[in-house]
Design a protein around this ligand. Structure first.
Ligand code: FAD
Ligand code: SF4
Length: 351
């Protein structure tokens, strides 16, 4: 590990200024992602600014019915908070479907959406990787690309974004509150992450030194749900995942919002045309199958990841069936059991 300086932040403004002033500096919160990458020789910051002394650990109801989740809240605390569980079960389910209890206890809500890709070539400094070393090439393009992207990739990078929480936040239209060198700003969550294009080294639209202070969930009176397919029933990243937020009017869907995980460089919100297809309709398997077919019509598989297309279509149908109540959840809403597809991923893929 390369030597680095460590500083405890004294205020959000001081933390932001300290990172902004040093080109390789980074924030660290729980350290479950940042420190791993430093130990693996992927990242070499000269300064780490620890943001845990800032607190930012409250969960506060917002006027109008929303909920503010401080960036320093642990994944565990957020997942188990009664208001999160009751009003936004997709958020609890996504958090509890991620990592292990020990990691969730350390991990923070600010750090989680900013974790880096799990592309194995990114994590191996012996391999060419445009994200780790711009201009060096992309080992995944001609390599083993089973866990890589179906949508929005470029010839420079085909990586996927790994956070489960981010998928739920994208479906719920959360907002990100930040404090950066240019002052405070609010970013729609769907605009936090970017597609790789020619600059895959940039994962997000944040400026260097821009600190996330909270994630705001808007008021929501509908049903939300998260489903994840992975290689093991726990402690594994999503091959494909799906978050659904449905608002009903009587027996019809008034508004549907859907995001997919494991398929792109950012949480992949379905095209507006697909979400609109569901609005004003009575839930039915036929409708959901038609929407899923549309959702994957533009998928561009690589050599080894075409299996994600039927898997993703079937997962999306199931997530819509379960969220609309046409099919029971696998477990109580807001728990890890509800997020599980049960059995092995092949069952979902094979249908
Ligand atoms: C074995 C293992 C399995 C895992 N499985 C999953 C999984 O299945 N699903 C999943 O979603 N995640 C999974 N994770 C990832 C884990 O959830 C994240 O590492 C964690 O949420 C990151 O939070 P942290 O506080 O530890 O961030 P850190 O590691 O401290 O930081 C991560 C990044 O965020 C930045 N950062 C931190 N806080 C802020 C802030 N307030 N403002 C701006 N930048 C900030 C840091 O500079 C860094 O770039 C797994 C991790 C491990 C090690
Ligand atoms: S897919 Fe992206 S992260 Fe993976 S090797 Fe290629 S450039 Fe690097």
């Amino acid at each position: 590990m390369h030597p680095f300086q460590y500083q405890r932040a004294s205020s959000p403004a001081q933390a932001s200024a300290a990172v902004a002033a040093q080109p390789t500096a980074a924030f660290v919160a729980g350290g479950t992602s940042q420190l791993d990458l430093m130990k693996e020789g992927v990242l070499h910051p000269e300064l780490l600014v620890d943001v845990t002394p800032l607190g930012l650990t409250s969960i506060t109801p917002l006027e109008g019915g929303g909920l503010r989740l401080g960036a320093g809240v642990s994944n565990t605390a957020a997942a188990l908070h009664p208001l999160v569980r009751q009003r936004y079960p997709a958020v609890s389910e996504a958090l509890l479907a991620g990592a292990s209890t020990q990691i969730r206890n350390m991990a923070s809500l600010g750090g989680n959406p900013l974790q880096r890709t799990r592309c194995p070539y990114f994590r191996d400094p012996a391999q060419p990787c445009n994200k780790r070393e711009p201009g060096s090439g992309c080992a995944a393009l001609g390599g083993y690309n089973r866990v890589h992207a179906l949508f929005g990739a470029s010839d420079k990078c085909v990586a996927t974004h790994p956070s489960d929480l981010a998928v739920a936040l994208a479906a719920l239209d959360a907002q990100v509150q930040t404090l950066g060198p240019g002052g405070p700003r609010v970013i729609p969550f769907t605009e936090l992450h970017r597609l790789p294009g020619d600059t895959p080294q940039q994962d997000t639209t944040l400026a260097h030194g821009e600190l996330i202070t909270s994630l705001d969930l808007p008021a929501f009176n509908g049903r939300s749900h998260y489903l994840k397919v992975r290689e093991r029933a726990s402690y594994a990243f999503a091959l494909v995942s799906c978050a659904v937020a449905l608002e009903m009017e009587g027996k019809k869907i008034r508004r549907a919002r859907v995001a997919l995980g494991g398929v792109a460089h950012k949480p992949w919100r379905l095209p507006a045309a697909v979400e609109t297809m569901l609005a004003g309709q009575k839930p039915s398997e036929k409708l959901f199958r038609a929407a899923a077919a549309q959702a994957f019509a533009e998928a561009r598989p690589l050599e080894h990841n075409a299996y994600k297309i039927p898997m993703g279509r079937n997962l999306l149908v199931r997530a819509l069936l379960e969220t609309s109540g046409l099919q029971p959840l696998q477990g109580p809403a807001g728990t890890a059991f509800a997020a599980s597809v049960g059995g092995v991923s092949g069952e979902v893929a094979a249908q």
